[in-house]
Write a new protein. Sequence first.
Length: 157
Amino acid sequence: MHALDVLGDPVRRRILELLADGEQSAGAIAATIGHEFGISQPAVSQHLRVLREQGFAVVRPEGQRRLYAVDPSGPREASEWLSAFDRFWMPRLAALDTELARGRRRRRLDAEAAEHEAPHDAEHDPEHDPEHDPEHDSEHDPDAGDRPVDPDPTKET
């Protein structure tokens, strides 16, 4: 069985995730997997056997319990096989990393610029200017008094 066939099963992947956190007893693994996937203890034992036989897990007895741990040789085999394809995705991942860094830098610079401009804009904001006269806004015709300027000057009145 190829390493990726072993990893192709979601139950075995989940068992490996559990083992990545540290050594686990067969009973604890069976309880967690049984609860999450709704499978029996014998079915979990079969998955553990596949992981052992394919070099993904090691087991050691401790009294009445059997403790499982990740065997690094199995994941290493899968990693080595996948590394043959690095040339296809590594440049894209590097480009993505560059774009993400540019985006972070742009957001940081925009935030810094906004911090520096915010007090400056408040000084020139007509709403905050005590000498501001709304009658002299560009919205009003200076010759029309308080009457607003018609937005469509071609329309006859």
